[in-house]
Unconditional design. Structure first.
Length: 263
């Protein structure tokens, strides 16, 4: 599969708006070959460089009442862009973080597609990206469960070198806000990457003082929120990735069960 066909066949809404502009700059000369039907996908208004017509895209400054279906490629490109932002948050690109990105993409998509994604990723990391504009587009076009999956992956990148720096935490927290993810969800996913005495409660988004019945209720709520089927529309590769979050919710509940001695 050619590089152009891999991109062109995998993306939906992310060909427009600020993400489309980033893709256009990243792939350079490949852009003229990227089409959906007969319409060139990027033009003067979006990249400032390519000539021709462009797709009509939603107004990313306003909230839309409904979202188009997010395809696997939309998630993939969004992930690459946000990953590049987090990796550069502490002023350097650690090889372990880069290796983590490549390995995760290999696990999800296979070696060939992962290699193509990493070529795009390296080009994206060389750009100055507006975090707010990118996240605004993702927030308006991507469903909440998929955005939670993005956040989980970003923490995995930050932790890949063994330490999540304050700069990385601030950047991920900023991204969280722009994506429309609550601080409770942020703390829940963050707790999955730390070993603290109360992290099981944080994962379930509850306080230690709650009753056993409230623990059970919280578990049912979080199990539904993080169930892999919630991202089934992205493809099996992303369902498999979502299993990690789901297992951590189960493990947190089992830890509290054992601690409190209830079934």
């Amino acid at each position: 599969m050619s590089f152009a066909k891999w991109i062109g066949g995998a993306l939906g809404w992310s060909f427009g708006g600020p993400i489309g502009a980033i893709i256009g700059l990243a792939i350079g000369s490949f852009v003229d070959n990227l089409k959906i039907g007969e319409t060139p996908l990027l033009g003067d208004r979006q990249t400032g460089q390519q000539r021709g017509t462009y797709r009509k895209t939603p107004n990313y400054g306003k909230r839309t009442s409904s979202r188009p279906q997010t395809q696997s490629g939309d998630f993939e490109v969004s992930l690459l862009i946000l990953a590049s932002i987090v990796i550069k948050a502490d002023g350097k690109q650690d090889q372990r973080e880069l290796d983590f990105v490549r390995q995760q993409f290999t696990n999800m998509y296979g070696k060939d597609r992962a290699n193509k994604a990493f070529v795009l990723f390296k080009r994206i990391t060389k750009q100055n990206i507006s975090t707010r504009q990118v996240c605004t587009q993702i927030r308006q076009m991507m469903d909440h469960p998929s955005r939670l999956q993005l956040l989980h992956f970003l923490f995995g990148i930050a932790k890949a070198d063994g330490l999540v720096t304050e700069d990385e935490l601030r950047q991920i927290y900023t991204i969280t806000g722009y994506l429309g993810i609550s601080s409770r969800d942020y703390e829940s996913i963050k707790a999955m990457f730390y070993n603290t005495s109360d992290n099981a409660y944080k994962i379930l988004e509850i306080d230690k003082s709650v009753s056993d019945d409230q623990v059970k209720k919280a578990y049912r709520t979080m199990a539904k929120k993080y169930h892999p089927d919630r991202v089934g529309h992205l493809g099996k590769e992303h369902q498999d990735g979502a299993e990690a979050k789901f297992r951590q919710v189960q493990e947190a509940y089992e830890h509290i069960q054992k601690e409190r001695g209830f079934k």
